[in-house]
Design a protein around this ligand. Structure first.
Ligand code: FMN
Length: 170
């Protein structure tokens, strides 16, 4: 049986979901069974051998659905290989250097023994929800800073790490 990977994401404006889809696509191409799902739609992770969790960053925290996912599934996650990613910075910084996880994300990483965390650039475009988003856009600070080459490379590394351990949970 191929290793089955869930890529769960918490998003408010959709861009983190597209990162999750790109990750799942790479994992699938590499021969794993992978699907990207909104974090709040996942009832159980029991059927997956490994989990990638991603959250959009809002005021220094993961978007709430990603936070709740980690809390709700903490016991199952602790028994599986887990990777985290954040998406947020609305500038080139994430492509230029390693941006450490937000404090709450770091705490969850330590508790769950998460293998790796990476921060990808974010995206904020016309139509985003909320007055802060509208203000950022009005000030010309929006845009799409996601680096899909870096995202796909990271997913490729996960596939490599999971290769050779089909069906195993750890
Ligand atoms: C109200 C608001 C707060 C934000 N706070 C942060 C933040 O603390 N750190 C960060 O890197 N990006 C921050 N951003 C940028 C978002 O993380 C970025 O737009 C991200 O791609 C959103 O993900 P989503 O489209 O999946 O919701 C913020 C954006 C908004 C609108």
């Amino acid at each position: 049986m191929p290793t089955s990977v869930l890529v769960a994401y918490g998003t408010t404006n959709g861009s983190t979901g597209q990162i999750a889809e790109a990750i799942a696509e790479v994992l699938s191409k590499e021969g794993l069974t992978a699907e990207a799902l909104p974090a709040q739609s996942v009832a159980s992770v029991a059927s997956y051998n490994a989990v990638v969790v991603g959250g959009g960053l809002y005021a220094g925290r993961w978007q709430k659905d990603a936070r709740r996912f980690v809390r709700r599934h903490r016991h199952a996650l602790a028994e599986r290989p887990v990777w985290f990613f954040s998406s947020g910075p609305l500038d080139a910084s994430a492509s230029e250097r390693d941006i450490p996880p937000a404090p709450g994300v770091k705490k969850a990483m330590d508790r769950l023994d998460v293998r790796e965390h990476v921060t990808f650039g974010g995206c904020l475009e016309e139509g985003a929800k909320g007055w802060v988003a509208r203000m950022i856009l009005r000030n010309g600070k929006g845009g799409d800073f996601r680096n899909f080459t870096a995202i796909e490379e990271w997913a490729g590394r996960i596939a490599t790490e999971l290769a050779g351990t089909p069906g195993k949970t750890n």
